[in-house]
Structures are given as C-alpha cells and as structure tokens.
Design a protein around this ligand. Sequence first.
Ligand code: FAD
Length: 310
Amino acid sequence: PFEVLVVGGGPAGAAAAIYAARKGIRTGLAAERLGGQVLDTMGIENFISVLHTEGPKLGAALEQHVKAYDVDIMKAQRAEALIPATEPGGLIGVQMAGGAVLQARSVILSTGARWRTMNVPGEDEYRNKGVAFCPHCDGPFFKGKRVAVVGGGNSGVEAAIDLAGIVAHVTLIEFDSQLRADAVLQSKLRSLPNVEIVTSAQTTEVLGNGEKVTGLTYKDRVSGDLRSVALEGVFVQIGLVPNTEWLKGALALSPRGEIEIDMKGQTSVPGVFAAGDATTTPYKQIIIAMGEGSKAALSAFDYLIRTPVP
Ligand code: FAD
C-alpha cells in the first residue's frame, strides 16, 4: 500500500505528489490525464515568475517534475469510488475503473473540474481562439476589444464587471428573463457605461472567420428572432462542474458538488485530503491549485506521523 495516494494529475495533484515524495514516503499518483485542464489551455500569463507559457508546455513540465521523484505514476486510470478505512488509521481504498483497488494510509483527492459548455456550433472550434472560460486568465488578451459574457449568474456578472474594466465593450447574455446574480452585483453591472445586458437570449452559434471569433448569434426568446453581435471574444460562464460525481455519499460535498475542506485541506473523512478545483477553495487557478496541493500533502504527512498504524 501507499502512504500517500494522489488521485488526479493536474497542477494540484502534481504539487501534492512532489511534496509527498520529498518527505521520502511511498507516494502514488493515479490520473486519467496527467496535466489536467492545463493541457486545454493556450497562453498562460499569470503563473507567477513565468511571464508567458503555454498549456501543453506547462503540462509537460509538471510531468517531468513529478517524474524526477520516486512517485509511482499510474496514467489513464479513472477512480470510481472511495472506500474509507474500517478502523482509525487503517487503509483507505480507491476503486479504479477496471476493478483494481488501490490502498493507501492517506489519500489526496485532486480531480479538478470542467467548465459547462453551451454545446453550440463554433464553441469548440474557436476554443482558445476567442472562446474563453476564465476572465482572470484570459481577460487581458481582449484589452480594447468587444466581448460577450454568456451567463447572468454570479460568475457571469462578476466576469462582466471584471472585463468591463479591461475591454472596450461587454455584452452580457442571459437565457432567463432576468439575471440571477446577487442584487449588489447587478447594480454594479448596470452602473457601467460599456456594458449591455440582453436577457431572454439563447446563444445559438459562435461565429468565426476560420481563424478566430468574429461574433455570436442568439435567439430572442420572446420574439423568436435571431440576432447577431459582432465581437472578438466570448466568455462562457454557465458553471464550473467539479469532477466529484464518483465521491457522492463517501464524504461531505457542498451543494455544488465541491469537496468540503478545512484550512489544512482535510475532508470530512480522516486521512482523506483534497486540493484544487474539485474543492470548496475559492478562485480556481493554477497557482492556487498548486499551493493547495502542496498544503494537502503536508497535511497528509502530518496525519501520518501522528496516527498510529492499527
Ligand atoms: P485539473 O487541472 O482539472 O486536473 C484534474 C486531474 O484529475 C486530471 O489529471 C484529470 O485527468 C484527473 N481526474 C479527473 N477525474 C478523475 C477520476 N475520476 N479518476 C482519476 N483522475 C481523474 N488557470 C490559471 O491560473 N491561468 C490560466 O491562464 C488558465 N487558463 C485556463 C484556460 C482554460 C481553457 C481552462 C479550462 C482553465 C484555465 N485555468 C487557468 C484554470 C486552471 O487550469 C485550473 O484552475 C487548474 O488546472 C486546476 O488544477 P487541478 O489540479 O485542481 O485540476
């Protein structure tokens, strides 16, 4: 069995594995896709101390760094269930697709999250070519340009307020007849001169010229008319879904499905820690996921040295 088993190999999982291995304890890392969401990213300019990098490059560097340590890497492995220890300090199981059960004295969950998509033509084709999901990450790439934000919940309205300070103009598009964001955010949004709010609008297509986004089409759900807006960026803000479906019932999840953790990354199950986008930690970013992953590994080590083996 492992002393620390990390499930998930994005920034959080890689950091956790490196910190654990550096303690000289038996460390395993099982992940479907080593690198995680970083592999789907193009330009990264907020990974502090690195002015500019690209997703695939950072993903490869993560893998290289983990491989420099004695970590048992299990790629293309999907976890399907968490089996808590039967006695305090006992072995925790992680059931993998295919049937194997990996055992460890402590487990770090870092299965990340995925952005909910609109599933309209052009969205996939122009990903990273105008279609973006993270205003903190990609906002500055659209400086002085026109963009749309799709989604009028808290994250969409926060994104629109944030972007309005950087870009030339923001069109906020909401499916419902009214915005769902907190009133204070809505009034802040309405006070901005370069924001237009369109409600009862269903996005039907992201338009492009083969190379990049040139606009967006939506259906006015009241009149049924199709309308187009010319713009250079579309920020999709209709939800970030944590990859925690497989953990339901095994430990405490928030109403949004995020793994509930305390300040040390401890979950509701002793010996099980969690880090990164899959957790209740606010602000989903690479540098935050790495910090949280490191913290979870140090917490797991602390747990191991304090918990007698039964
Ligand atoms: P992830 O990166 O989501 O990694 C999850 C890992 O878990 C993967 O290895 C996955 O294969 C694995 N996994 C999932 N489910 C299972 C399972 N059941 N069993 C086994 N393994 C599983 N952040 C920035 O800071 N700067 C940026 O510029 C930036 N740009 C972005 C652009 C895009 C298009 C996207 C999608 C995200 C961007 N982000 C950016 C956000 C950043 O990528 C995430 O915050 C970060 O990757 C989260 O790391 P994580 O390790 O928690 O999760």
